[in-house]
Write a protein that binds this ligand. Structure first.
Ligand code: URA
Length: 250
């Protein structure tokens, strides 16, 4: 039991009627009060207080992410903006625990400004469903935000620009517990040349970078074409739920 100022104190009583944690009338109705709150009531009130703080923080993140997407949509920092229809910033909640990074928008994504909505996107959706993951709970983006002409591989300078201007900020803001790198392009973009780039050796591994966990796997488009890559990506995605159940910071 926790003692809180009782009716004998007029000021405390006035404050009590408003809110014992000065929440100014927002949130839960106050329970009956006889000078004491039991531990559960105190815990509930405190949780309500934290909950409203978290909601405000989440709302703030949403605003910041929305602004970042707006900036990406008008980016002209590299040559890719000249041939795009729409930049594709990414999609998903600002507090997603899982982030997926692909290579670059394709023709459908370029037309609609949304990530992974073409054939590779359909493959990804099936993969997520088979792995018990829900797309709307995931933040999805790509190494570069604009479609390279004829779907060529993004060049190193394009990836470097897009990383420092946008991708690093997306990672900071969403602050996911796990990031899945899908394919060689984002692997090279975030880990550089040091990493040998044979995905057949690397897939399924967890790498640390700046205190964050990255799971390395194939790109869904490669997995659609090559059965070896398909089996590998299925195995890798099957690990994600278990990884999310473990502490995020190693
Ligand atoms: N491939 C990607 O890497 N990103 C997309 O948005 C679509 C296909």
């Amino acid at each position: 039991m926790l003692w809180l100022p009782g009716p004998q104190c007029a000021r405390a009583e006035r404050r009590r009627r408003i809110d014992p944690f000065r929440r100014r009338g927002r949130g839960l109705p106050l329970p009956d009060y006889n000078g004491w709150f039991d531990a559960k009531t105190v815990a509930d009130l405190y949780e309500g207080h934290l909950g409203s703080m978290n909601k405000r923080a989440a709302g703030h993140r949403l605003t910041l992410l929305g602004r970042l997407h707006e900036e990406i949509r008008v980016c002209t920092a590299c040559r890719l903006h000249r041939t795009r229809t729409h930049a594709v910033p990414g999609e998903g909640g600002p507090s997603s625990r899982l982030m997926l990074i692909g290579e670059a928008p394709g023709a459908n994504e370029d037309l609609q400004g949304k990530p992974f909505i073409g054939r590779a996107g359909q493959f990804l959706d099936a993969l997520l469903a088979a792995s018990g993951l829900v797309r709307s709970h995931i933040y999805i983006t790509s190494a570069v935000k604009c479609r390279p002409p004829n779907n060529r591989t993004p060049k190193d300078d394009e990836m470097a620009t897009c990383r420092s201007l946008w991708l690093e900020r997306q990672i900071e803001l969403v602050d996911p517990d796990l990031i899945v790198i899908m394919g060689k392009a984002p692997l090279r973009q975030l880990f550089g040349d040091k990493m040998q780039t044979r995905l057949s050796d690397l897939h399924g591994q967890i790498r640390l970078r700046e205190g964050r966990r990255y799971l390395l796997t194939y790109h869904p488009a490669a997995a659609m074409r090559f059965p070896v890559a398909r089996r590998a990506i299925q195995e890798d995605f099957a690990k994600i739920a278990g990884l999310l159940a473990k502490p995020a910071r190693l």
